[in-house]
Write a protein that binds this ligand. Structure first.
Ligand code: MN3
Length: 224
């Protein structure tokens, strides 16, 4: 099985003016494509891993030969993070959701403005390349947390489940926003597909609830 670069659900120019079409063409058609190609190349020396879905490949990267583990993590992480990032945006510019996500944002961060300030601040302060995430920390019930990860690291294998992410690599914003990462983060909100974020949150809550009812049947052991 070879991993493939999926087409985007929107055109490269659809996220203008926040992301210009040239940045999108390079970011998806070159950067993301290179991660997919690099992952397929690395998996040539780990044929059993190559049969697994991407999250399982990342979870079990340590079963690959030592010399290819870093490539699998970096290239696989780059594929995973970018595929997630494209899903976080929509040219429809949906308003913040109501329902469980909105309630959780208010109870965890006090207000939408408070949440956005903290997300932007974490992203702006992150040193070097990486990603800023809104996650559910499944070890703490349904607690929302903001986290940054370096390079192409992912939350796979941790108690975190991602809801929303923004790319902090300069290739994501440099053509239009130059070195102004804080400006990129502030304007990026205009593109967020909140309905998709809300749907991911509801799915994760369902998974947590199912896992808990399963735990009760098994006598209380936790199986995250
Ligand atoms: Mn990128």
């Amino acid at each position: 099985m070879k991993f493939e670069l999926d087409p985007l659900p929107y055109d490269y120019a659809d996220l203008e003016p926040v992301i210009d079409a040239e940045t999108m063409a390079l970011h998806h058609g070159k950067h993301h494509a290179a991660y997919v190609a690099g992952l397929n190349l690395a998996l040539e020396s780990a044929p059993l891993l190559a049969e697994l879905p991407l999250e399982q490949v990342l979870l079990h990267a340590d079963s690959a030969p030592v010399a290819t583990r870093a490539a699998i993590r970096n290239m696989g992480g780059g594929h995973f993070n970018h595929a997630f990032f494209w899903q976080c945006m929509s040219p429809k510019r949906a308003a913040p959701a109501s329902g469980p996500l909105a309630s959780a944002i208010l109870s965890n961060f006090g207000s939408w403005d408070g949440f956005m300030e903290r997300f932007e601040g974490a992203g702006a302060r992150h040193f070097g390349s990486g990603w800023v995430w809104l996650c559910v920390n499944t070890e703490l019930g349904d607690r929302l947390e903001i986290a940054t990860l370096g390079n192409q690291d992912t939350w796979i294998g941790s108690p975190f489940r991602g809801l929303l992410t923004c790319d902090l690599w300069e290739h994501a914003y440099y053509l239009k926003h130059r070195n102004r990462r804080a400006e990129w983060l502030k304007q990026w909100w205009q593109l967020v597909d909140w309905q998709g974020v809300a749907k991911r949150y509801e799915n994760i809550l369902e998974t947590i609830a199912l896992s808990r009812s399963g735990d009760k049947r098994r006598g209380g052991s936790r199986m995250y």
